[in-house]
Write a protein that binds this ligand. Structure first.
Ligand SMILES: C=Cc1c(C(=O)O)[nH]c(=O)[nH]c1=O
Length: 308
């Protein structure tokens, strides 16, 4: 089955890539992604200065995924700017994730990457793990203010990484704002922020930052990711690039996101746990799954979730 696709006019050799977050902070980690079957190289969200991130333990594997409050550890945006040429040399699109602490910081970083050879800029509006910093995506006025400053800084497509929404009125409010700006793609969803996992033996949380509150990832959040992709596809129409993420670990998971309307998908927790072989495995499973149903290409099934 032909799994070629595109997001915001950038051609992708297949439907799957890594998600910003796991195993994409250092040049070595990004090289591994570049040499894997992943269709693009997506970087860890970068900040103006390098960061150590939150105190440990800040990550915990769970039976159906993980909880983490990494606190945006990264090398600082200049380091990723410097890496772009070597990442591009691996022959696949480079997606830079940007997560500044203010509109001014995001403006500076977006402007810098607009002058680089990066292909897509994914501005993260949804980091849930910085103590005292609310997620921009949950503040519609902040979102509007940010988009008014970040979308006209160059001709590289700008996308936003969204937090999960849980109310139809929020899907509608967010879609109305997005439609007012030249946002070329959205990535749905980030982890579910501020969840709490307790260990009844130690009678304490399983991670240290923020009293144990962290982002929930993996199987737990697939139904939320699917709902967000479907809602925004219906509200934003076919021209918006939509990247689905959340709980994908098999070909049929990826197919579910296709039915919901995703143009491409990102793999986070499964990549964290399984390593780079997950991309080839899931891609093969998706191809086999679609072939069995008689589909030849992604557009045969994209957005075609049937009514019951
Ligand atoms: C960019 C910071 C993020 C982090 C983090 O670095 O803690 N974790 C998430 O689940 N989502 C994020 O967006």
């Amino acid at each position: 089955v032909n799994l070629q696709t595109s997001v915001a006019g950038v051609a992708l050799s297949s439907y799957l890539m890594n998600a910003s977050g796991p195993k994409c902070t250092t040049a070595e980690e990004l090289n591994i992604i570049g040499h894997s079957q992943a269709a693009a190289i997506v970087t860890k969200s970068c900040t103006f200065e390098a960061r150590q991130g939150n105190p440990e333990p800040r990550y915990r594997d769970l039976p159906l995924g993980s909880i983490q409050s990494m606190g945006l550890p990264n090398l600082g945006y200049q380091a990723y700017l410097d890496m772009v040429p070597s990442l591009k040399a691996m022959g696949k699109p480079v997606v830079i994730s940007i997560s500044g602490f203010s509109i001014a910081e995001n403006r500076t970083m977006v402007t810098a990457f607009q002058q680089s050879d990066a292909d897509l800029l994914e501005v993260n509006f949804s980091c849930p793990n910085i103590p005292g910093k609310p997620q921009i995506a949950y503040d519609f006025e902040q979102t509007e203010a940010a988009l008014s400053q970040l979308c006209q800084l160059g001709d590289k497509p700008i996308g936003i990484k969204l937090a999960p929404y849980f109310d139809m009125s929020h899907f509608e409010s967010m879609a109305a704002i997005i439609k007012r700006y030249p946002v070329k793609f959205i990535t749905c969803v980030n982890s579910i922020g501020n969840t709490l996992v307790i260990d009844p033996e130690t009678e304490s949380p399983v991670i240290k930052p923020k009293g144990g509150y962290g982002g929930l990832c993996g199987d737990y959040i697939k139904p939320i990711g699917l709902a967000n992709v479907r809602a925004f596809r219906q509200l934003l129409g076919d021209d918006m690039g939509i990247i689905g993420v959340g709980g994908i670990k098999t070909g049929s998971d990826a197919f579910e996101y296709l039915l919901a309307g995703a143009d491409a998908v990102q793999i986070a927790t499964c990549f964290e746990k399984e390593g780079p072989s997950c991309f080839q495995r899931i891609e093969q499973e998706l191809s086999d799954f679609m072939a069995k149903k008689g589909y030849q290409q992604l557009s045969d099934a994209k957005g075609k979730l049937k009514a019951l």
